[in-house]
Structures are given as C-alpha cells and as structure tokens.
Write a protein that binds this ligand. Structure first.
Ligand SMILES: [Zn+2]
Length: 113
C-alpha cells in the first residue's frame, strides 16, 4: 500500500489517517497459516515539526493449534507499531525474527530467537 503524503509533508501537525484490510491467509508461519481472517490495519502519519511519525495497529483473529495439547483455538492478536523517519522503529515486530510459543491457556507471547 502507498500513502500520498503531499498534503502533510510540509504542514506542521498535518495528519493523515489510513485504514485498510490485508489478506495474509496464504502467509506461512513455521508450516502453518494461522491468519485465516482478514487483518484490519488502521493508523495515521503525523508531521511532528518536520519528522513524519507513523502509528498503526494491525489486528486479526488467528486460528491456532496449541503447542502443548494440540487443541485448535482462536485468539485475537493486535500488533502496534510506531515508526519515525528520524529514528528507528520501536515496537515493530518483524516476521521471522522470533519464535512464537502458542498455548491455548496463555496469552500469545513471542520469544526472541
Ligand atoms: Zn493447550
């Protein structure tokens, strides 16, 4: 997806919001495809004194299988990201950088590999 930022790039405190759906149902994670449902993405890009800051949340209900007991279950997962063009990404989760441990009894956690 591309965002047209011409309206805010030279406007202090200018803000552009966005909202779209992603189909990640074919995305493979360690041999399974848990993102069966559409991913809802929403957020904004704000001009903070000339620095563009993107804030956004991606949210979906994942269809998972418990690593411990093998039971199938669903769980909502939301990932929030803040990225500034003047600094490094904070809170961004890069796919493939961590190994998820999935259990039907606990919230989703991610372990750094
Ligand atoms: Zn279980």
């Amino acid at each position: 997806m591309r965002l047209d930022l011409r309206d805010i790039i030279h406007v202090p405190d200018g803000k552009k919001t966005f909202r779209f759906q992603l189909d990640l149902s074919q995305q493979d994670f360690y041999g399974s495809k848990p993102i069966v449902h559409p991913v809802q993405v929403e957020g904004s890009v704000t001009n903070h004194a000339g620095a563009l800051v993107l804030e956004g949340t991606a949210r979906s209900v994942l269809e998972l299988q418990c690593d411990r007991c093998g039971k199938a279950f669903s769980r909502e997962k939301a990932v929030r990201t803040v990225i500034s063009d003047k600094s490094r990404a904070r809170g961004a989760q890069l796919p493939g950088r961590s190994i998820p441990r999935i259990c039907c009894k606990y919230p989703l956690t991610e372990r750094k590999s």
